[in-house]
Design a binder for this molecule. Structure first.
Ligand code: ZN
Length: 69
């Protein structure tokens, strides 16, 4: 599952997967960690209608850096 990441062009990140949107996997790009996830705010996906808000989670590596014991 490991692929080399292209250095340039990080503006066009891949859209979150279903697992990421449903909080079953870390929201970090190319991250597939599913253990030790913590709430990481919301992600909004663009649809043809109104934007959808998803309560996402992140692993310790990608979690917001506000709660460092
Ligand atoms: Zn992660």
């Amino acid at each position: 599952m490991t692929t080399d990441q292209v250095g340039a062009g990080s503006e066009t990140a891949a859209p979150p997967t279903d697992d990421q949107l449903h909080g079953k996997a870390c929201i970090g790009a190319d991250c597939t960690v599913t253990a030790g996830l913590t709430p990481a705010g919301h992600v909004y996906t663009k649809t043809s209608g109104a934007p959808l808000g998803w309560a996402v989670k992140a692993c310790p590596t990608h979690a917001p850096k506000e709660s460092i014991r």
